[in-house]
Design a protein around this ligand. Structure first.
Ligand SMILES: NC(=O)c1ccc[n+]([C@@H]2O[C@H](COP(=O)([O-])OP(=O)(O)OC[C@H]3O[C@@H](n4cnc5c(N)ncnc54)[C@H](OP(=O)(O)O)[C@@H]3O)[C@@H](O)[C@H]2O)c1
Length: 333
């Protein structure tokens, strides 16, 4: 793992501007109406792809499409809009069943909140959107990506799914959750385990935990992918962090000096979104099952991923998630 100085240097260095042409590619991005997803849609379209903006609000998605069309002077049909609410298993199921061939999928939609909210499906909102919803959509789209691989065989393209995590995973309360014997996701769905602290970063515990679980999900999904005859995965599944960016993600937090922190230490969302382009287009097969930070594959810290306890936690988290998802999604049985 790089030292803190190497990481700081990498963070403040400029990230590569997307160069690779991807004419004819179809890219799907969840949560593409604003923030990083919106900027990523612009990068992909600028490099020649058609892009599906998968959003929960049709109006917001159409507004985003109009902006991108006008900015890039795109023909009708390059940017399309599709509706998915990551807070609803039913919406994810309906959406996934209508997804056509795609070459790149960015599971970007995410929330961060210090407010305990419960979705219509009965789950704490951060947990459902970031963890259960992301795992369900990733799992349902994997067979579609494998079908796409057969369609594009010989072209050199390997369909890629990138799950958006965050470097905040490092603040997850690992030891607390390693002790839980019951279903971990159900345990996290108890308000007394919401993890709100007194102030500052402590209030981001729930968000941090969900971002750790997203890395576990990416690793476990990657393990499901068969290899092609050339030894490469049939589909690439990786995990990416865009770094700290000046989006509105933390709108539901009351964090003192957040504006100053963003002004001093955050990237623009345009810069952060370059990491998504890299993870889908440029990272390639060696990024399969890996975590990408600053457009570089990073080896993950032992404490969270390599000790016997951490490996057991990852495997248990996946089993617990699948137990829940099999209960709501017949296709997974
Ligand atoms: N900004 C950062 O510093 C940073 C750092 C590391 C990782 N990330 C990750 O980057 C991703 C994007 O964050 P952002 O910074 O761009 O935040 P953002 O500006 O708040 O965008 C979040 C996107 O997710 C969508 N979304 C939220 N709940 C949804 C739901 N139930 N169904 C469908 N879409 C939903 C939002 O749609 P609405 O507009 O309808 O709410 C919005 O399009 C997140 O996964 C975040 O964890 C961000």
């Amino acid at each position: 793992m790089p030292s803190i100085f190497q990481k700081a240097y990498a963070f403040f260095s400029s990230l590569p501007i997307p160069q690779t042409r991807i004419d004819g590619w179809r890219i799907l991005i969840t949560g593409a109406n604003t923030g990083l997803g919106f900027e990523a849609a612009k990068h992909f379209a600028h490099q020649g792809a058609s892009v599906i903006l998968a959003c929960r609000s049709r109006d917001k998605a159409l507004n985003a499409k109009a902006q991108i069309d006008a900015l890039l002077g795109l023909a009708p049909g390059i940017i399309t809009v599709s509706i998915v609410d990551m807070e609803s298993f039913g919406s994810i199921r309906d959406f996934a069943s209508n997804v056509g061939p795609v070459d790149g999928i960015v599971l970007n939609a995410g929330v961060a909140s210090e407010i305990w909210n419960v979705t219509g499906d009965g789950w704490e909102r951060t947990l459902q959107v970031n963890v259960l919803g992301t795992a369900l959509l990733g799992r349902l789209l994997l067979p579609r990506a494998l079908e796409r691989r057969k369609e594009v065989a010989g072209s050199g393209t390997i369909p890629t799914i990138s799950i958006v995590s965050s470097q905040m995973y490092q603040f997850a309360e690992l030891k607390r959750y390693m002790k839980i014997e019951e279903n971990i996701i159900e345990a996290l769905n108890d308000e007394s385990n919401f993890g709100m602290g007194e102030s500052g970063l402590m209030t981001l515990r729930r968000y941090s935990m969900t971002k750790l679980l997203e890395i576990y999900i990416a690793c476990e999904l990657a393990a499901l992918v068969p290899k092609a005859s050339d030894g490469n995965p049939m589909v690439i599944i990786n995990c990416v962090t865009p770094g700290f960016c000046r989006s509105d993600l933390l709108r539901e937090y009351n964090l003192p000096l957040l504006g100053l922190w963003k002004a001093l230490f955050a990237r623009s969302t345009e810069t952060g979104a370059r990491t998504y382009f890299h993870s889908i287009v440029d990272a390639g097969p060696k990024s399969h099952g890996k975590y990408i930070d600053n457009c570089k594959i990073e080896s993950l810290p032992k404490k969270f991923f390599k000790t016997k306890e951490a490996r057991e936690l990852q495997s248990k988290v996946w089993d617990d998630i699948m137990e829940i998802l099999k209960g709501v999604e017949p296709e997974l049985k």
